[in-house]
Ligand binder design. Structure first.
Ligand SMILES: Cc1ncc(COP(=O)(O)O)c(C=O)c1O
Length: 364
C-alpha cells in the first residue's frame, strides 16, 4: 500500500500559528494543486475551523470545485484564460484576480456582477497588469458598474531570500500601484502581496491580507528558519520484498548499482508512475524502523530498491518504508538532496498513492 498520510492536526496547528502571528491581518490559505497535494476537500474545513479568513487557488475550476465542497469563505482564483467562460465561477461567488488589460476587458464584457483583485506587475514578470496599463485597467474596472474592486494583489519573486533588496523594490512598486489606484478612485480595502516567506519574514508587506500556502502545510519556506510549524504529509509504503544480493550483483534496469558486499535489498512499491522522479536516483534515503537506508539503482515505473546492508535490524517484508515525512527524510531534506524545493516534493505523490487522513477530530 502506497499512501500519503495527512496530519490534519498539524494543518490546524500551522494555521493557528499563522493567525497568532498575523493579528488583525487576514489569512488567505492557498489550496491550489489540490492543497499542495494534501487534498483540498479534507483540508479546507480544517483550515476554516482553525481560523482561515479566505481561500486562494490558481484556476477557476479549482475555485468552483472548492465552493462545491461547501466552503462559504471568500475564494479567489487568478489563473485563467481571458477567453474562458466566467459564468460558473461568478455564479459560485469566486473573486477573480485580473492579471492583464485583456482580462479586464473580458471581465467587463461579461456584464455579470464580479468581485475582483487587480493583479499588478511589480517585478516577478510572470503574470500581472503591466505598469503602462495600470491606469487604463483601474479606470475600466472603476467604471464598470457590475464590478467591485476589492483591492490589489501581486507576488514576490524572491521572498525566500529575505535579505535581497529586490523584495524592497517589489514592495515599493506595489505601494505605488496602490496610490495610483486610490487616486483613480478605487478604494482598495483589501490588498495582498505576501506569500509564505514574506508572511513569516516581512511584516511590512502584510497589508490587509496575506496569501499563505506552504507554511499551512508545515514546511519552512526560508532555509534554516524555524517558526514551529508541523509538516503534515508523510509518503509511505509497505515493503513488498526483502531479498539477498551477492557482492558484485546489480539491481534494477541497467544494473547501475552493484553491491560491494553481500547483503540484503528491500523493494518499495513506489516509482516514477507514482511521482517519484527517475532523476532522484541515488539521492533518496528511505526511512525504515527509524533508520535511513539509501535507495540504489534506477527508479523504476512502480518500484525502487533500498540497500539494507547486512540488515542488522532485521527489516522484513511488509515493514513500512518512509519516502519522506515522519520517520524518514523531511520533504525539505529530500528537496535539498535532489536539488529542488520542498514545494515540488509535496506535489510529487500521485499515481497509485492513496491519501489517509489522521487527526482533525476536534475540528470535525
Ligand atoms: C499568486 C500566489 N500567491 C500565493 C502563493 C502561495 O505561496 P506560498 O506557498 O509560498 O505561501 C502562490 C504560490 O505559488 C501564488 O502563486
Amino acid at each position: 500500500m502506497l499512501q500519503t498520510r495527512i496530519d490534519l492536526d498539524a494543518i490546524a496547528h500551522n494555521v493557528r500559528v499563522l493567525k497568532e502571528k498575523l493579528g488583525p491581518v487576514k489569512l488567505m490559505c492557498i489550496l491550489k494543486a489540490d492543497a499542495y497535494g494534501h487534498g483540498m476537500e479534507r483540508v479546507a474545513p480544517v483550515m476554516e475551523k482553525a481560523g482561515a479568513d479566505a481561500f486562494g487557488v490558481a484556476t477557476l475550476a479549482e475555485a468552483v470545485a472548492l465552493r462545491k465542497h461547501g466552503s462559504d469563505l471568500p475564494i479567489t482564483a487568478w489563473l485563467w484564460d481571458a477567453r474562458e467562460d466566467l459564468t460558473e465561477a461568478l455564479a459560485s461567488r469566486i473573486c477573480i484576480g485580473v492579471p492583464s488589460l485583456e482580462h479586464a476587458k473580458a471581465l467587463i464584457n461579461t456584464e455579470v456582477p464580479a468581485r475582483v483583485y487587480i493583479k499588478v506587475e511589480t517585478g516577478m514578470h510572470r503574470s500581472g497588469v503591466d505598469e503602462k496599463d495600470w491606469g487604463q485597467v483601474f479606470e475600466l474596472l472603476r467604471d464598470a458598474a457590475q464590478i467591485e474592486v476589492l483591492g490589489l494583489m501581486s507576488h514576490f519573486a524572491c521572498a525566500d531570500e529575505p535579505d535581497t533588496p529586490y523584495n524592497d523594490v517589489q514592495e515599493i512598486n506595489f505601494r505605488r500601484a496602490l496610490v495610483q489606484a486610490r487616486e483613480a478612485g478605487l478604494e482598495c480595502p483589501l490588498n495582498h502581496l505576501a506569500n509564505s516567506p514574506a508572511t513569516l519574514t516581512r511584516p511590512s508587506a502584510h497589508f490587509e491580507q496575506v496569501r499563505v500556502g506552504l507554511a499551512c502545510y508545515g514546511l519552512e519556506p526560508v532555509p534554516g528558519v524555524d517558526h514551529g510549524l508541523r509538516p503534515a504529509m508523510t509518503w509511505a509504503a509497505n515493503l513488498v520484498n526483502v531479498k539477498p544480493i551477492e557482492a558484485g550483483q546489480g539491481t534494477c534496469y541497467g544494473l547501475t548499482w552493484k553491491a560491494k558486499q553481500s547483503g540484503f535489498l528491500a523493494t518499495v512499491p513506489c516509482g516514477y508512475a507514482d511521482g517519484l522522479p527517475r532523476a532522484f536516483q541515488g539521492k533518496l534515503q528511505v526511512g525504515i524502523g527509524g533508520k535511513l537506508y539509501p535507495q540504489v539503482g534506477r527508479v523504476c515505473m512502480d518500484q525502487i530498491v533500498v540497500d539494507l546492508g547486512d540488515n542488522p535490524f532485521e527489516v522484513a517484508q511488509g515493514d513500512e518504508a518512509i519516502i519522506f515525512g515522519t520517520g524518514g527524510m523531511s520533504a525539505t531534506e529530500l528537496a535539498d538532496a535532489a536539488d529542488t524545493i520542498n514545494y515540488e516534493v509535496l506535489c510529487l505523490p500521485t499515481g497509485r498513492t492513496v491519501r489517509a487522513y489522521e487527526g482533525g477530530l476536534d475540528l470535525a
